[in-house]
Design a protein around this ligand. Structure first.
Ligand SMILES: [Fe+2]
Length: 342
């Protein structure tokens, strides 16, 4: 039941959405995602970009327009524009979407110092496909551990300049996917830094749409790599798992999708602004997207316990993966964002 409700609204890593060539992760308001997918399969219309039958090409103007604006999907990915008339109509509604749907947090691909041994890196925008295209800004967190090694949380696209800058900070010791949606570039970084230990949620190997590098499962207690410096706990919904981290030296909480906080002034597409308002993830009242909240419908007690533990850490700041992060009043922001569960 929860899964079916979630299917109405959310990008579920298990298959309601597909990720494009440069796209990854993230959820938000996925209206109708997955509705037409079974029907399309039944009609045998599920095929890949580049191998379409001529009669099926550009069945409506929206498709043609869409194909002219986006990069082709990898052959192993399904085109989001071949989802029948409903998909076509919804895609039409979502256009025009500028190539960069929002003003990103410049400068990009540069480690920005937040506190001693703590940086954030704002990366390129990423698009998630699940019927409609939804753009998200990306953000990586870097922590320098006491032994000098670097701990990379939710790696963004490995821009060559960024990789060079990261190398100047220290050896990359840990690469980490903090939830079951933020993993798209993990393999790329693992290839660049084969000596790094890779960590990911336990469920991710089952749901990932891209091959993961060999990795260890994130648990409810810190790995010896970062124990004593970074605390952690797991928040699991019915189809979504996120590992929450707390950097003790700087009293900074790291959340990924459990709070999203988009600044509407940065969003160029009015349709995306509507989606963000519907999802309840608008600055300054950012929180978990409504669809994600539904996946915790049967797990409110566990989530409440997780929030209680986060509050006990007394964070000063909260770094988020999407939108403006909170550089002060961490406890207050936690109580506000999770008031629906407390
Ligand atoms: Fe995300």
């Amino acid at each position: 039941m929860t899964r079916s409700i979630a299917a109405l609204f959310h990008t579920v890593p298990g298959g309601l959405g597909r990720v494009g060539q440069l796209k990854t992760e993230v959820p938000m308001v996925g209206l109708c995602a997955g509705f037409w997918k079974p029907a399309a399969r039944a009609r045998g219309r599920v095929h890949h970009a580049g191998v379409q039958k001529p009669a099926q090409q550009y069945r409506c103007r929206a498709k043609a327009h869409a194909r002219s604006l986006v990069k082709p999907l990898a052959r192993t990915e399904r085109s989001p524009y071949d989802r029948g008339p409903w998909g076509c109509a919804i895609q039409t509604l979502s256009f025009p979407m500028p190539s960069t749907a929002q003003a990103l947090y410049e400068p990009l691909n540069v480690p920005k110092l937040v506190a001693a041994d703590l940086w954030v890196v704002d990366g390129s925008e990423i698009w998630f496909h699940f019927g409609v295209k939804v753009p998200f800004p990306t953000r990586m967190i870097i922590v320098r551990l006491p032994d000098g090694g670097l701990w990379l949380h939710s790696p963004v696209a490995p821009d060559p300049g960024l990789v060079a800058r990261v190398k100047t900070l220290g050896p990359v010791r840990v690469l980490l996917a903090p939830n079951t949606l933020h993993y798209w570039w993990l393999a790329d970084w693992a290839q660049l830094f084969p000596e790094a230990a890779v960590f990911a949620p336990l469920d991710l190997a089952r749901t990932a749409k891209k091959t993961l590098p060999p990795h260890r499962a994130l648990e409810d207690t810190p790995s010896p790599f970062w124990a004593g410096t970074i605390e952690q706990l797991i928040a699991s919904g019915s189809i979504f798992t996120e590992i929450i981290f707390f950097h003790r030296p700087s009293r900074t909480l790291f959340l990924t999708d459990l709070i999203e906080n988009f600044e509407l002034s940065r969003v160029r597409s009015r349709w995306f602004r509507i989606l963000l308002r519907m999802g309840g993830v608008v600055d300054p009242d950012g929180k978990a997207p409504i669809d994600m909240g539904l996946t915790f419908f049967g797990h409110r007690g566990e989530l409440r316990n997780a929030v209680t533990k986060m509050l006990a850490w007394k964070p000063d700041r909260i770094i988020l993966a999407h939108g403006r992060w909170y550089d002060r009043d961490g406890e207050h922001e936690l109580k506000r964002a999770f008031r629906w569960v407390l």
